[in-house]
Design a protein around this ligand. Structure first.
Ligand SMILES: Cc1cc2nc3c(=O)[nH]c(=O)nc-3n(C[C@H](O)[C@H](O)[C@H](O)COP(=O)(O)O)c2cc1C
Length: 347
């Protein structure tokens, strides 16, 4: 109820202005979380995949809390995890505004942000002040726009070293369409030096580390990235980022529009990683209901993230998913989510 009133007002202003309002007032909003009817935490919602445990299987995707300023708020709403960032080494302004557009007829968003963020040092300070207790924090790292190809691997390794002490998991973002040339690092020959450079740091300080891919990759390239994840002992893949296959102009599209292509990408990733128990897939892209999540579990996936559906549905999205999940648990005579997900993964 509160969110639908809030949404009516928020959708009248520029999407980035509305977004910044939420982030900048998050410390006040955390005290008023009751207004947003948050999801109550319950132990049966816990899901463990590899080394990670989420208190709820749905997390907030990267790009929402770019500077790690609102983790407490999202935690209080019931998210099982927040992936902060994308954070870069130096602060950067990103692309000129406006750079987010709503496509309400298809529950989608278009963004051409270009990693505006305050840099890793400010994120570190914000993380020191955050309540990370009993919560799974992901940190998504990316290169600065003006970093040359030669310096890119070094920069990712630098960010891994600085941010790993705070994170439960890290994500190597090479799939955002708004940093010129970034997606070329999804090619095996260009991704390999980045992953190897990070692995030198991982020997010192080991944390689960994922690679985030776009839904626009061709199947052969997806297979190669999956092979690299296995060979170099990464934790798996986050699939997917936004698509550039649209007719709206610049930037990437997210939400309902990308559902089919994101799901197809995830299906292939699941197929490639299925035989290796060290590999996991975080599903993101067009996920807006429990039905989507169940489909992903049947493909072999586990944790999911949302961004666009959260904008359109608000905190009720988490409550609706929990309600459907509870019904499903009951119908299958199961006590907890771990059991349910394992059941679907084997189906
Ligand atoms: C406004 C906006 C900003 C985003 N910024 C980032 C980002 O900084 N890093 C990143 O890895 N993904 C970013 N994303 C992509 C999301 O994390 C997610 O992968 C994508 O939106 C698909 O999920 P969805 O359909 O649930 O929105 C952004 C998405 C949006 C809409």
């Amino acid at each position: 109820m509160f969110y639908s009133v809030f949404k009516q007002l928020a959708f009248k202003v520029d999407p980035e202005v509305a977004h910044n309002l939420i982030i900048n007032s998050s410390s006040y909003l955390t005290n008023l979380t009751g207004l947003f009817s948050p999801l109550k935490s319950a132990s049966h919602y816990q899901l463990k995949q590899g080394e990670l445990t989420w208190n709820f299987p749905v997390g907030l995707a990267a790009g929402f809390d770019k500077n790690a300023k609102a983790i407490g708020f999202f935690k209080s709403l019931g998210f099982g995890s927040v992936e902060v960032g994308t954070v870069t080494k130096k602060p950067q302004a990103g692309n000129p505004t406006p750079r987010i557009w709503r496509h309400t007829a298809e529950d989608s968003l278009q963004n051409a942000m270009g990693f505006p963020n305050s840099g890793y040092q400010e994120m570190t300070q914000n993380l020191h002040k955050s309540d990370l207790n009993n919560f799974c924090l992901g940190i998504n790292i990316g290169k600065n726009k003006d970093t040359s190809e030669e310096k890119t691997a070094e920069e990712y390794a630098f960010l891994y070293e600085k941010m790993a002490p705070f994170a439960n998991y890290l994500v190597v973002n090479v799939s955002s369409p708004n940093t010129p040339g970034l997606r070329q690092f999804q090619d095996k020959s260009k991704l390999l030096p980045i992953l190897e450079a990070i692995n030198i740091q991982r020997k010192e300080f080991s944390k689960p580390c994922f690679i985030k891919i776009s839904p626009d990759m061709d199947p052969a390239d997806i297979r190669l990235v999956c092979e690299l994840s296995k060979e170099l002992k990464y934790s798996g893949i986050v699939a997917t980022n936004t698509t550039i296959q649209h007719n709206y102009g610049k930037g990437g599209l997210s939400g309902k529009f990308i559902k089919p292509m994101a799901s197809q990408t995830r299906s292939l990733v699941c197929e490639c990683l299925r035989e290796d128990p060290t590999q996991h897939i975080i599903g993101v892209g067009g996920i807006d209901s429990y039905a989507e999540i169940k489909d992903f579990w049947k493909q072999g996936g586990g944790f999911v993230q949302v961004y666009t559906a959260f904008i359109y549905q608000g905190p009720q999205l988490l409550k609706n998913i929990a309600k459907e999940m509870d019904r499903d648990l009951k119908e299958n005579g199961m006590q907890n989510l771990q059991e349910l997900v394992t059941y679907y993964q084997k189906k």
